[in-house]
Design a protein around this ligand. Structure first.
Ligand code: ATP
Length: 294
């Protein structure tokens, strides 16, 4: 046994500050995330099921997809905030970005080995670790397969339960298809909350499998169906943008001011050009725009 695993087994200290509060998570998501009812429902259900099970059969693997600025990174941070005593400051939360951590194609072999060791070492130290992989569409294809064995049910080491980990993959893949589906619903005056997950899932799968630059391209993770939940993020409507602006004003300690909200909202580009249905940048640039107009 590795020392931390033995320590865990003997003293029951494996949970590493893991204090999930799904009710608070649900409340935070409902109050602060706009226009993502489908993602909200899927995530709360997945979290409840996974966390209620003391001995899950595999780690929870989530894949977030959607257009830029729709809340993928934001939601991942809200989830993490309610999982650990120390929230996102927890030492058991690990973020990876291909541009930052795996920038050079010629070093892939080393990156793969380092990543595998890093995951294994951290899972040994804490089975309740969370790993977030950002910008999966910029990850070298083949790279992520090095961790495929950690995502299934077969990888077990005495004294530590690796199946309690959570993996979150984030990418824009399928974003355009999700937007098309949402636009189609809007044009047919159908409620976007009625969008069927199956319809979106197949569009995302096609987008990933047809993009040889995506980290999941021809990946074992897809072939072996290791992703538990595909979480789509819909494009944001102008009224969602206004809610983001108001939220940002409150956070910056500014009094709500309709004129200022209008100025910021009007500065955003909406698409399609003629109908102006969705924000091109979601809520991503709100904070900086607000500072500009204050
Ligand atoms: N649906 C949303 N509800 C509330 N705020 C949002 C939402 N989407 C984005 N925001 C705000 O915009 C900021 C940027 O969003 P975020 O980084 O989560 O986008 P993203 O989907 O990860 O984009 P990208 O794909 O470009 O990385 C967030 O920190 C948050 O303040």
């Amino acid at each position: 046994w590795e020392i931390p695993a033995l320590h865990c087994a003997l003293y029951g200290f494996c949970e590493c500050g893991f204090r999930p509060d799904v009710a608070a998570m649900e409340c935070d998501l409902a109050r602060n995330v706009f226009g993502q009812n489908l993602a909200h429902k899927l995530l709360v259900k997945a979290m409840k099921e996974f966390l209620d099970n003391d001995s899950p059969s595999k780690p929870l693997v989530l894949s977030f997809h959607g257009w830029s600025g729709t809340g993928k990174t934001f939601v991942s941070s809200l989830i993490i905030k309610h999982l650990y005593e120390e929230g996102s400051q927890s030492h058991f939360v690990h973020h990876f970005s291909p541009i930052l951590h795996f920038p050079h194609t010629q070093n892939i072999k080393h990156y793969k080995e380092d990543l595998r060791r890093w995951i294994q070492g951290n899972l040994t130290a804490c089975g309740r670790s969370v790993f977030v992989f950002e910008e999966m569409d910029k990850m070298h294809p083949g790279m992520i397969d090095t961790i495929a064995s950690f995502l299934g049910s077969s990888w077990v080491v005495y004294g530590s339960n690796y199946r309690k980990a959570i993996f979150i993959f984030i990418s824009n893949a399928g974003g355009e298809d999700i937007n098309e589906i949402a636009l189609d619903y809007w044009r047919h005056r159908k409620d976007r909350d009625e969008i069927q997950l199956q319809q979106i899932e197949s569009a995302i799968s096609k987008a990933v499998s047809s993009n040889p630059k995506h980290g999941f391209w021809q990946s074992q993770i897809i072939d072996q169906k290791l992703i538990d939940v595909i979480v789509p993020f819909l494009p944001l409507r102008p009224h969602h943008v206004r809610l983001c602006i108001e939220n940002e004003m409150l956070q910056q300690g500014l009094a709500l001011n309709e004129t200022l909200v209008n100025k910021v909202a009007d500065s955003i580009v909406y698409f399609p050009e003629k109908e102006k249905v969705f924000s091109l940048t979601g809520c991503k640039t709100i904070a900086s725009r607000l500072s500009y107009y204050v």
